[in-house]
Design a protein around this ligand. Sequence first.
Ligand SMILES: Nc1ncnc2c1ncn2[C@@H]1O[C@H](COP(=O)(O)OP(=O)(O)O)[C@@H](O)[C@H]1O
Ligand SMILES: [Mg+2]
Length: 382
Amino acid sequence: MTDPNPPFSGQPGTGADDLLVRARLVLNKLCLPDGSALGGSGRLSGVVMTGERLSATIAIAPDEASDFADLRAQAEAALRALSAGALVVLTADRGAPQLKPASKPPVLPGVGHVIAVASGKGGVGKSTTCVNLALGLRSLGLTVGILDADIHGPSLPTLLGLHGRPRVGPDRKLIPMQAFGLKAMSMGLLVDVETAMVWRGPMVMSAITQMIADVDWGQLDVLLVDMPPGTGDAQLAIAQGTPLAGAVIVSTPQDLALIDARRGIQMFRKVNVPILGIVENMAHFLCPDCGARHDIFGSGGAQAEAVRLGVPYLGAVPLTMDLRAASDAGRPVVAHAPDGDLGRIYVSMATALWSGLSTNDRAARNVSTPSQPLTKSQGKPT
Ligand SMILES: Nc1ncnc2c1ncn2[C@@H]1O[C@H](COP(=O)(O)OP(=O)(O)O)[C@@H](O)[C@H]1O
Ligand SMILES: [Mg+2]
């Protein structure tokens, strides 16, 4: 068993962030009345710090209150060991009885590597990066799937121009949709966005775990998971409850986004998920009229951060009208212009990602061979 509370290997964030991650890890290890772990059960949410007080919420069915009294006391004691004040509340809301326990990561026998694409906050271009990296990996001859786990803001249907509902196969598993040679699944294809908007942490986690396990992904070299933005309970649970080979962090160069990106990196490191790289998105603006370069969000911030944290820097994507227009029209740049300036950037980043992954694998474990070996000529490093 690895130490659940190793010191951060990178620069620590704020003390409060550190405390919240520690609190979640301690709580995750507590046992439910049936002996399974609280972590991954989908019941824990709302781990927050208010002033000096750490608090958390455990979802229960209305008739479970007495069974969960001990757990509540244990959880409160565990939080009190970390902070002066502690409060744990049992909530019996409608979501609790239907929760599906997911204390063990689902097994995906045909999938070589599951990679999370994450950012500390939304709107930094995570989904755009995820789709184009997936297409970059595809252009290397790999079989690739994308799971859009951003339940509150699913954008995969738009980015890939997907319509309709996925079919259910004979074994009751969902058949992923196909676009540009990728297999794709998104909550946006299954549930109205308005319906999902009101889901709280436990339901989100439960839905994502089911989307990973109950989809017939078949044989894939890589499954990219477009993570929900942020580093809260749902994200931590996915990081712990999914068989991740690693994570790619997307950030814009400015300081505020980097603070969020750092949080994301810390979260993955805490649960021993390797950081496979940082992508700097909206790195600079190339004016289509005068050709001048404008560093709207500053410059090189994510690269400097990658160096400082000792994680691979995959590359920078400029802020361009073309990319936004192509994405919104469901025509991802790598699909229709792989040899253009933007296409080459993504293919280069995908090449670096795949090489890093292969190196990690050779060093660490025995995994399936990709359907086609990586060919150096296809990726053109910038
Ligand atoms: N490098 C870029 N240049 C121009 N527009 C971009 C770029 N990256 C993302 N966008 C646009 O920014 C918006 C947010 O991107 P998105 O990928 O949905 O972010 P996130 O998934 O992090 O919320 C989208 O309209 C997208 O087209
Ligand atoms: Mg998104």
